[in-house]
Design a protein around this ligand. Structure first.
Ligand SMILES: Nc1ncnc2c1ncn2[C@@H]1O[C@H](COP(=O)(O)OP(=O)(O)OP(=O)(O)O)[C@@H](O)[C@H]1O
Ligand SMILES: [Mg+2]
Length: 273
């Protein structure tokens, strides 16, 4: 049984009996409004490196609506991967709170956090992270191994997922027998095994040529159209254009697009050529 706990629905301000009708109507409207899918409050992550403390995330406050496709942009070291890892429950914050789908994930114990990762999250990495000795379908089926699912059923589901990502004819190939784009498709198929509501992708196109990168972004856009919430870290504005929303990070903080442009242009201007 899962130890995942859920927070109650967002409560609306209680209207006093003598409030005007208009105000009461506003409060009722607020009570029926869905809470955001993801909320972070003053989210901080710091690393002690010898005598210095690195503040990878320096107080991130953000909300993300369900069913959006978010591109996370930011210079190297701005905290993009750290943010993704915290949202995916792969690491824990130093301070602050994260709510995903009603779950306060910073408060979960190790077992509950593992259940959260398994049930909610599909993770896609820049370097694919496939197991070299396993075929494409075996890689996709791998996360099902410990879930008490028979080999036959695992194979059936893996085949269906490979078909979903356009690789039905490559299911017996080992990773070294696949192109980079195909390997990333296998990794995406694997991330979908538990039908996650949230797909987190850390520079999934970083190791790919432009055409392969675009087709991976198109695949993520399809997953978004299927109703999933997608967060993709990317350095490439062409890839970011596939998203419905963009989040800009500078020095561990979420900033406006304007501040981001000013900050990154300034950095470019001061870089010696
Ligand atoms: N495990 C760690 N130990 C120490 N410092 C870390 C660790 N992980 C990240 N950092 C530091 O935190 C900061 C943010 O790192 P992060 O990996 O989130 O950046 P990023 O935006 O993903 O960068 P990149 O675009 O290069 O992948 C960096 O200064 C990094 O050196
Ligand atoms: Mg990174």
């Amino acid at each position: 049984m899962s130890t995942l706990t859920k927070t109650g629905p967002a409560t609306a301000p209680q209207g006093a009996a003598d409030l005007q009708t208009k105000a009461t109507t506003a409060a009722t409207a607020q009570s029926t409004q869905a809470a955001p899918f993801i909320t972070t409050t003053n989210l901080r992550k710091s690393f002690q490196m010898g005598p210095t403390m690195v503040h990878a995330l320096a107080g991130v406050n953000m909300t993300i609506e369900q069913g959006t496709f978010q591109a996370i942009m930011g210079p190297s070291g701005s905290g993009k991967s750290t943010l993704l890892y915290l949202l995916g429950g792969l690491d824990r914050p130093t301070a602050g709170h994260i709510i995903v789908g009603g779950h306060e994930i910073d408060k979960l114990d190790e077992n509950a956090l593992a259940a959260y990762r398994r049930r909610f999250i599909g993770f896609v990495f820049q370097s694919f992270n496939l197991i070299p000795s396993l075929s494409a379908w075996e890689n996709v089926a791998f996360p099902m191994r410990f879930a008490g699912i028979s080999r036959r059923e695992r194979q059936k589901r893996a085949f269906a997922l490979l078909e979903r990502v356009g690789l039905a004819d490559r299911r017996g190939h080992k990773p070294t027998e696949l192109s980079g784009g195909q390997q990333q498709r296998v990794a995406i198929a694997r991330s979908l095994v538990n039908e996650p509501r949230l797909v987190l992708a850390d520079e999934p196109t970083g190791n790919l040529d432009t055409a392969s990168g675009q087709s991976i972004m198109e695949l993520l856009a399809e997953l978004h159209r299927d109703g999933r919430t997608i967060l993709v870290v990317t350095h490439d504005p062409r890839m970011a254009a596939f998203a419905t929303h963009q989040i800009f990070l500078l020095d561990g903080c979420v900033v406006s697009e304007e501040t981001y442009r000013e900050g990154t242009e300034l950095a470019h201007a001061s870089t010696p050529s």
